[in-house]
Ligand binder design. Sequence first.
Ligand code: C5P
Length: 240
Amino acid sequence: MRNPIILALDLPTSEEALAVAQAVVPWVRAFKVGKELFVSSGPRIVEQLRATGASVFLDLKFHDIPNTVAKAVAAAVRLDVQMLTVHCSGGRAMLAAAEAAAQNTASALGIHPPLVLGVTVLTSMDTHTLSELGGETDPAAQVERLARLAVGAGLRGLVCSPRELAQLRHQLPEGIQYVTPGIRTGAEPPDDQKRTLSPQEAMEAGATWLVIGRPIYAAPDPAAAAHRIWSSIQSIPATP
Ligand code: C5P
């Protein structure tokens, strides 16, 4: 089975991130580099993580005018990342420009285009937060609206909470890849994640990729934790 585990390396330095990455790499398909690690370590961390043989998910959640986002996406493709994120609320033209930049830059380099993932409504936002912004105040309705916009603009993947998987799989065409954080095994504290699913539950609900951070990197033995999670999902068939 294809390994769906993406380890979120939410760590402050490249030394700490690389130590964990090297320990867990047999059980992890990709490493997610977020704002903290990228700002502290720079683009070189992507190269260092690629050297382990795993893929890199650059989670910088671009949101700007189409031209600026397209150039940032092109730069990420040249760094050889396999997934990256943009905010769906940047609008159709920005989303289309991001996808076109991924395709065109990859084609010029003769490599596979990265998966450009749309971020819909941040899970830190609720009805009250949305009402302060104006417009749609129901988070589920806003997730659907933004997900449809992203797919209509050509995106092939979305980041979503595991609780939104069933809704989105029902509403969107087949073939979209779903990347889901908010995964807890039950063996660790929920931390600040409130609505979690286990790795098995998330796979059964239709996740394509699981983003897992603290249950692996903060475990006493990260490699053993990653292996346990990997073993726990081996018998679950991937949803197409
Ligand atoms: O440590 P934990 O497993 O909670 O890490 C989850 C990762 O997924 C973090 O990098 C977090 O920023 C990210 N994420 C999330 N919830 C979202 C979107 C991204 O937890 N809705």
